[in-house]
Design a protein around this ligand. Structure first.
Ligand code: B4P
Length: 191
C-alpha cells in the first residue's frame, strides 16, 4: 500500500493535482475539503458546524476531520493506497493519521509539498472565487485569513514528517502539466 500526502497552502493546487495523480496511480483520493463541502451541501449537523469555521477562513476542529478520515479509511478496505489532500493540517491530525494507518499496518510513503508565493495564492483563489460559488473564496480578507491559518497551524506539519525524512518540496508555480510531471517524478522514485 502506497500512501501519499499532497501538502501546501490554500490555492497551491492540491485539488487540481490530486485529480491527475489519482487517475495515473489509482490511489483513493481523500480530500477533507471535499468531504466537508459534501456535508455542507447535505446540510448535516457536521456540515453546519464546519461551515461556521470555513466561512471565516478558519480550520475545522481536529476531532471533526479526524473522525471523517477514520470513517473514510474504514470504508475503503480494498484501496491500493490513499492520496491525502488537505489532510493532515495540524500536528494533532498528523499524529492521529499515523495511528490510524498503523492499525492497518500501513504508513505514509512521502509528503509532496507544493511551494507557491503568497501573491500567486491570493491571485488564484480570487480568480476561482469568481466562478466556484465557494463562500471561502469570494472575499480577499477570508482568503488571507486562510493563509495566516496555514502559516500558524499547518506549515509545521511538514516538520513532523521531516523528522522521518518524508518531505519533498516541489515548485508549485508553472503550468499544471509541468507541476504534475515534477510530482510524478518524485512518486516514481518511491513506488
Ligand atoms: P481545501 O478544500 O483543502 O481547499 P484549498 O486549500 O483552498 O485548495 P487547493 O490547494 O486544493 O487548491 P486548488 O487545487 O483548488 O480547504 C478548504 C477549507 O476546508 C479550509 O480553509 C478549512 O476551513 C477546511 N478544511 C479542509 N481540510 C481541513 C483539515 N484537515 N482540518 C481543518 N480544516 C480543514 O487550486 C486553487 C486554484 O488555483 C484553482 O482555481 C486552480 O484552477 C488554480 N490553479 C491550480 N494550479 C494552478 C497553476 N499551476 N497555475 C495557475 N493556477 C492554478
Amino acid at each position: 500500500m502506497f500512501n501519499l500526502i499532497l501538502f501546501g497552502p490554500p490555492g497551491s493546487g492540491k485539488g487540481t493535482q490530486s485529480e491527475k495523480l489519482m487517475a495515473r496511480y489509482g490511489l483513493k483520493h481523500l480530500s477533507t475539503g471535499d468531504l466537508l463541502r459534501h456535508e455542507i451541501s447535505r446540510q448535516t449537523a457536521l456540515g453546519l458546524e464546519a461551515k461556521n469555521f470555513m466561512d471565516k477562513g478558519q480550520l475545522v476542529p481536529d476531532e471533526v476531520v479526524i473522525g471523517m478520515i477514520s470513517s473514510a479509511l474504514d470504508e475503503n478496505p480494498q484501496a491500493k493506497g490513499f492520496l491525502f489532500d488537505g489532510f493532515p493540517r495540524t500536528s494533532a491530525q498528523a499524529e492521529a493519521l499515523d495511528r490510524l494507518l498503523d492499525l492497518k499496518k500501513a504508513s505514509i510513503g512521502v509528503m509532496l509539498a507544493l511551494d507557491v508565493s503568497e501573491e500567486e495564492l491570493v491571485k488564484r483563489l480570487v480568480k476561482r472565487g469568481e466562478t466556484s460559488g465557494r463562500s471561502d473564496d469570494n472575499n480577499e480578507q477570508v482568503i488571507r485569513a486562510r493563509i495566516i491559518e496555514y502559516r500558524s497551524k499547518t506549515a509545521m506539519v511538514a516538520d513532523y514528517y521531516q523528522q522521518f525524512e518524508k518531505v519533498v518540496m516541489v515548485k508549485g508555480e508553472g503550468t499544471i502539466d509541468e507541476i504534475f510531471d515534477a510530482l510524478c517524478a518524485e512518486i516514481d522514485k518511491r513506488i
